[in-house]
Design a binder for this molecule. Structure first.
Ligand code: KG4
Ligand code: ZN
Length: 365
């Protein structure tokens, strides 16, 4: 077997259609030869969330183009590829099916091996692709669709320490932005307002901090925001720019405090089991939030852990992470057949009860 492994990856589980080529020579640092992402924000913006049928149709339309562009950008043809990796779940079923069918078509036509990848494993393994961190490590996934702590021990060996029981944090940022008339995606807009605001003026709850577990709940924050917004607006006949900034600052401080406190707990649990490997990594769009990121860096430093955050374009949904997770599985001998199915739910850790949260971006388990 050649020492060079080159994987074509496909991703279509939510609202990004993506294809990428990743190559590894021996055990050297893997290289991203190309990474193409077609977002669908424009298609869904009028509806206030991702519409599964529109997403699936757009994926079906864009997958072939993405694959052709990813191969072109890498300067390769399918003859240079060793295997096709595809997100087989969890996610919006129509989109996942589009990707799986596309990958099966390529494999049927070329005879290439097919490797199904769990989307969450793609996110969770990204720090190995970008920073080469060794197993085990503690992973915090915080995005518009996901929120969980995982101990990563191998490409198919994860333990979930906790996660959201309702909304994901990015979803809470997006809903907050909508309630305050700010643009989507809400995270960057709320952060920009929060930077001008006073976080102490409105006291938001810190959900589930009284519980000693690593679970989150974010849906109550939007109800609190709605109540405070309406109260202020009624008193003054509308919101001022400062009111809006203060509401954003109070909301963001609550999300930050809860994430930091739960991370402290997750690190303590992780360190009991892995005292000699103090490594923490974060991924997902919410990791772009400067207040949350600074808080995570501080808590990791206080607890003696190294902190890794992949560059944002690889924290958010992309196919390079799927190609890389596929590469690890492929090198470990994993192959899937034409009976590979699309799975809307696919927990990384089957030993734990499924998380019940399921919001605008589909399943979170
Ligand atoms: O990982 P991602 O691209 O998509 C998935 O959900 O899979 O994350 C997008 C989410 C959105 O909800 C967006 O509002 C949030 O990440 N986000 C942020 C920031 N930038 C993006 N949330 C808070 N602060 C930010 N600066
Ligand atoms: Zn994702």
């Amino acid at each position: 077997m050649s020492d060079v492994t080159t994987i074509l990856g496909l991703e279509s589980s939510c609202d990004d259609t993506a294809a990428a080529v990743v190559r590894q020579i021996g055990d050297a640092k893997p290289q991203i030869l190309s990474s193409v992402v077609y977002g669908q924000n424009d298609l869904h913006s009028a509806y206030g969330g991702v519409v599964p049928e529109i997403a699936a149709r757009a994926h079906a339309e864009k997958l072939d183009t993405s694959v052709i562009e990813a191969l072109d950008e890498a300067g390769l043809t399918l003859k240079d590829i060793d295997a096709v990796a595809v997100t087989a779940g969890p996610g919006l079923i129509g989109g996942v099916m589009s990707g799986v069918m596309c990958a099966k078509g390529i494999c049927a036509a070329t005879g290439l091996p097919l490797v199904g990848v769990n989307h969450l494993a793609g996110h969770a393994l990204t720090p190995r692709l970008t920073d080469g961190i060794a197993y085990p490590y503690l992973m915090l996934l915080v995005s518009g669709g996901h929120c969980q702590f995982l101990i990563a021990r191998g490409p198919e060996d994860f333990s979930r320490l906790g996660g959201t029981i309702d909304d994901a944090p990015g979803e809470a940022f997006d809903k907050t932005a909508r309630l305050l008339g700010l643009s989507q995606p809400g995270g960057p807009a709320v952060q920009a307002e929060a930077e001008q605001g006073d976080e102490a003026r409105f006291r938001f709850p810190r959900p589930l901090l009284d519980r000693k577990d690593c679970n989150f709940s974010f849906s109550g924050l939007k109800t609190a925001l709605l109540r405070m917004r309406d109260q202020v607006a009624a008193e003054k006949d509308g919101l001022t720019r400062q009111d809006r900034a203060d509401l954003c600052a109070g909301f963001q401080a609550a999300v930050r405090d809860v994430i930091i406190a739960k991370t402290r707990r997750a690190i303590a649990l992780y360190m009991e089991e892995n005292p000699s490997q103090p490594t923490v990594a974060v991924a997902g769009g919410v990791a772009a939030n400067t207040a949350i990121r600074a808080g995570l860096e501080t808590v990791c430093a206080e607890m003696g852990c190294a902190f890794t955050a992949p560059p944002l374009r690889l924290c958010t949904d992309n196919a390079a992470m799927i190609a890389y997770a596929g590469l690890e599985r492929y090198k470990a001998g994993a192959r899937d057949g034409m009976d590979l199915t699309a799975r809307p739910r696919w927990p990384l850790d089957n030993s734990r009860p499924a998380l019940v949260g399921s919001g605008k971006k589909g399943a979170k388990a």
